[in-house]
Design a protein around this ligand. Structure first.
Ligand code: NAD
Length: 270
């Protein structure tokens, strides 16, 4: 079994990376950058998101393990003082894993070009210069005309991230599907949207047909693109569905999802 390490640049993450490398050498665990079976990320959720996109083409054969060097993360189960335990788990690895759904996004441009993306957390579309107007199609039927700041489409594991901040529901990550949440929709006697988040089933298809040519900002997890109409080429449509790919985590111990939600968002309960 070959182990990859993906760390952020903080001093603590670099210290932990060095420690892990030393322990791996001492115990004979093989290190690789290119074709790892397990990738250990050292940093926070953002580091795991970056590692996910770095290894996106190898998702079917990689399992991730997250060490957090800051505060508790949603994708990072191990703490920096648990390196010995983690190395022991890596040595005893028998391929145990848990996997979660991902979101496919296809962006279509006015010249017909289509770009494909996969999100671990979410994709958002906003218009930063004016009210965003778009037609929302669910399974190819026009559902509503959206007017507002933007829309957030998230995975089950991404539901505790941006989606939660914009009023989306938290999804149990064992659910297969995805969620649409509004950002500041305009609702009055003239303009009307559903006004609540929607959770879609695994076989649903969501299409957002944009009405303007300029001012959009498109995101996919940590990546963001400010889009302009250049040479009559602009973003026209976004299509979302559950991806055929999944993310796999090496599961060496069980961390209850709802305990993590409680610890992160509520704190102590009596
Ligand atoms: P960042 O440095 O702005 O950190 C965002 C925070 O979100 C961190 O505390 C991180 O731990 C947390 N986070 C990331 N994924 C999470 C998840 N699945 N569940 C719960 N919390 C999660 O940005 P970053 O580290 O580059 O992470 C990018 C993510 O930040 C995006 O995917 C998006 O979800 C989130 N974000 C949130 C907002 C918001 O809540 N208003 C705005 C922009 C981006």
């Amino acid at each position: 079994m070959k182990i990859g390490i993906y760390n952020n640049e903080t001093a603590e993450s670099q210290r932990v990376t060095k420690l892990l490398r030393t322990e791996m050498e001492r115990t004979g665990l093989a290190y690789t950058d290119h074709d790892p079976d397990v990738v250990v990320t050292i940093g926070g959720d953002g580091t795991l998101l970056s590692a996910f996109h770095h290894y996106q083409k190898q998702l079917d054969k990689i399992r991730f393990v997250g060490i957090h060097t800051g505060h508790l993360g949603f994708y990072t189960d191990w703490r920096s003082f648990e390196i010995d335990d983690l190395v022991e788990s890596l040595q005893e690895d028998s391929g145990q894993s848990v996997s979660y759904p991902l979101l496919d996004m296809k962006a279509t441009y006015s010249d017909g070009e289509v770009e494909s993306f996969v999100a671990l957390n979410e994709s958002t579309i906003k218009n930063i210069t004016r009210t965003m107007v778009c037609d929302v199609f669910i399974n190819n039927h026009l559902f509503e005309n959206f007017r507002g700041d933007g829309l957030c489409v998230s995975t089950p594991t991404g539901s505790t991230a941006y989606n939660k901040s914009v009023g989306g529901a938290i999804m149990d990550p064992k659910c297969i599907g995805f969620q649409l949440a509004e950002m500041a929709s305009l609702n009055n006697r003239v303009f009307r949207t559903l006004g609540s988040p929607i959770i879609f089933s695994a076989d649903s298809k969501l299409i957002l047909r944009l009405r303007e040519e300029n001012g959009h900002v498109l995101t996919c997890d940590r990546d963001q693109w400010v889009l302009k109409n250049t040479d009559d080429r602009y973003l026209t449509e976004l299509a979302y569905s559950v991806s055929k790919q999944r993310i796999n985590f090496a599961q060496y111990r069980h961390n209850d999802f709802w305990n993590r939600v409680r610890d992160s968002f509520i704190g102590g309960v009596r």
